[in-house]
Design a protein around this ligand. Sequence first.
Ligand code: ATP
Length: 272
Amino acid sequence: MNSKYIEIQGVDQTFKTKKGLFPALRNINLNVAKGEFVALIGHSGCGKSTLLNLIAGLTMPTQGSLICAGREIAGPGPERAVVFQNHSLLPWLTCFENIYIGVERVFGTRNPGAPAETKAQLMARTDAALALVGLTAAAQKRPGEISGGMKQRVGIARALAMEPKVLLMDEPFGALDALTRAKLQDELLEIVARTESTVVMVTHDVDEAVLLSDKIVMMTNGPAATIGEVLSMDLPRPRNRVALADSPEYLGYRKAVIDFLYTRQGHVEKAA
Ligand SMILES: Nc1ncnc2c1ncn2[C@@H]1O[C@H](COP(=O)(O)OP(=O)(O)OP(=O)(O)O)[C@@H](O)[C@H]1O
């Protein structure tokens, strides 16, 4: 296993605001191995999305470097697909078309680096992605005609359909009801095992972090947030949520995260 597939070294992120410079992240150092599943957890506003955006190449750090597969991250790339908190679908396209345009960009004629797939193959990929998230029946609907949870599932399907090497997810299941969330978490585990994807996921949910990940990166409160502790989860795969619920190891990891978040990083509400 390549233990440094994603390498983050000495990263600072400072934002210019009307009130002056705001130091969001300070001295972030993190290595993610190929095929590893990493969860970023921390209180609201600590900088989880800021870190994910840096890995996605959507923003550049103020200081330090980010490397993916041996190359400096200089912008977004098809090998790093992002699922956002707020789905970001194109409202004038159907669910099918929203996924198809991504699939076409990666596997179709517009990609000069790889042999082009036929339209039938691209459509089959799109259909499979929709089926995976249970949205076959909504294929021809537009985002305005479906629920927030369904939109989020289209966003997940779109990212997965591109078979990215790295899947970056910003609270992808946050808007879903508990049962749909559990179903998609289980499916994600199966897909990631099959595709050997590397995943970095932002979450607020302690159980989600322990169930899905190999490593939980726990962030301190901002401003100038940094990595407080990294917890490695030695839980066998495939993981079964029912069996794990009573496992002493699972409960121990869960307690360690809760202890970090609520005892050592007790949330202090900012004055308005
Ligand atoms: N473009 C920006 N300009 C100025 N400040 C920003 C910008 N983006 C983020 N911030 C600030 O940086 C800090 C970290 O924000 P970020 O969205 O990364 O937190 P988060 O941990 O993902 O929060 P949440 O869990 O609530 O989504 C916050 O204080 C936020 O207000």
